[in-house]
Design a protein. Structure first.
Length: 138
């Protein structure tokens, strides 16, 4: 199946098997391995979170067949000119992560939240992050 979409600001035209998820396409098709595979497609851990058309989405639950014409941002898009994004800098400064496996998904969900609402309440932040499971820190 032929799909045209945008990934990290770049147009992508590709043939993909109809049963592929966005996660599989990113990791195997484009070799963008920053987006993690964590729960075997159950959609319960948040490790695979990317931004699709401005909204945080679990890429393990998004079918490539539904991605034509959409725009995707992955964790790889955050690093600009070799420098961490301000969200990454804040997480590093506060020692948010232990092992870092869940970090890409969490960072993308925070970015999606802040892109929509630069001044979220504590409750909005908690709600956004409730979709993530960190096996290191809870």
């Amino acid at each position: 199946m032929r799909i045209n979409l945008t990934v990290n600001g770049q147009p992508v035209a590709t043939d993909v098997p109809s049963d592929w998820t966005l996660l599989r396409f990113l990791r195997e098709g484009l070799r963008l391995t920053g987006t993690k595979h964590g729960c075997d497609g159950e959609g319960v851990c948040g490790a695979c979170t990317v931004i699709v058309d401005g909204r945080a989405r679990l890429s393990c639950r998004v079918r490539m067949a539904d991605m034509a014409g959409h725009s995707v941002e992955t964790i790889e898009s955050l690093m600009q000119d070799g420098k961490p994004h301000i969200i990454q800098q804040a997480f590093i400064q506060e020692h948010v992560f232990q092992c870092g496996y869940c970090a890409p998904g969490t960072l993308m969900r925070v970015k999606a939240l802040l892109d929509r609402n630069p001044n979220p309440t504590e409750e909005e932040i908690r709600r956004a992050l409730s979709a993530h499971l960190c096996r290191c820190s809870g």
